[in-house]
Ligand binder design. Structure first.
Ligand code: PGA
Length: 257
């Protein structure tokens, strides 16, 4: 089996209490599948991205496990006069290991762009957090044939001045924007072709071992088919990560290969 990362993006969902309730059920269910649970931290990495206010509750719930977590967004400075922003230093202090950077909702609703995201990636690495950098084209971009151009710009500008040797923790998540939260999954052929392009582009930039996740309406029912596609190293999951059983079913389906 290839090394697999399955990440949950909770977006603006789950209060601290709701997060604790989730983990009571999720961990109990997961531990019953002891052979898969035992591979956590080895071939299988599971990561949660709760909203910032729930990070501490998640940290507490996961403290006796090797399940990872991180922030959905960080600022490129860890402290100072930046009202409303999130700090990589705080994520580290809570024992988080990841920072999600450039999710399409950040790009779309909060005007984040490749050059700003590049600063965040560099800061995450400096602070010892693994950046999970999200890329993906909109429906218009796919339909007018500019998918590769968009992905190329997202990768080259987002990873500018990032050296592969200092970025061994980097993860890239390819998420076609039109497949996020829509129930519309890219076809296996589209995923295959696009992941091959992302892999080739990353390799040209020196990142030939960077894991490439797929995201966009992944659920237990399509996980096994998607994980078998070359250059797919796991998933970034929104909707199907919100219920303990559906996320557990998705993880178990993914590692069946
Ligand atoms: P989805 O979200 O699984 O609900 O499509 C994925 C994401 O936004 O990362």
């Amino acid at each position: 089996m290839k090394n697999i990362i399955v990440a949950a993006n909770w977006k603006l969902n789950k209060s601290p209490n709701e997060a604790r309730t989730f983990f009571n059920v999720f961990l109990e269910g997961f531990k019953k599948n002891s052979s898969v649970y035992g591979q956590l931290g080895k071939e299988i990495t599971v990561v949660f991205f709760p909203s910032a206010i729930s990070l501490e509750a998640v940290s507490q719930s996961l403290k006796d496990t090797v399940i990872q977590f991180g922030g959905q967004n960080i600022y490129q400075e860890s402290q100072g006069a930046f009202t409303g922003e999130n700090s990589a230093k705080v994520i580290k202090e809570l024992n988080g290991h990841y920072a999600l950077i450039g999710h399409s909702e950040r790009r779309q609703y909060f005007s984040e762009n490749n050059s700003g995201l590049n600063k965040k990636i560099q800061h995450a690495l400096q602070m010892g957090l693994a950046p999970m950098y999200c890329i993906g084209e909109t429906l218009d971009e796919r339909e007018n044939g500019s998918t590769e151009k968009v992905l190329l710009a997202q990768l080259t500008e987002g990873l500018k001045d990032v050296s592969a040797s200092n970025a061994q923790s980097l993860v890239v998540a390819y998420e076609p924007v039109w497949a996020i939260g829509t129930g519309k999954v890219a076809t296996p052929d589209q995923v295959k072709e696009t992941h091959a392009f992302v892999f080739k582009t990353l390799s040209n930039l020196g990142f030939s071992t960077t894991p490439i996740l797929y995201g966009g309406s992944v659920k237990a029912a399509n996980a096994l088919e998607l994980i078998q596609i070359p250059n797919v190293s796991g998933f970034l999951v929104g909707g199907a990560s919100l219920e303990p059983q559906s996320f557990l079913d998705l993880i178990l389906a993914t590692v069946k290969e």
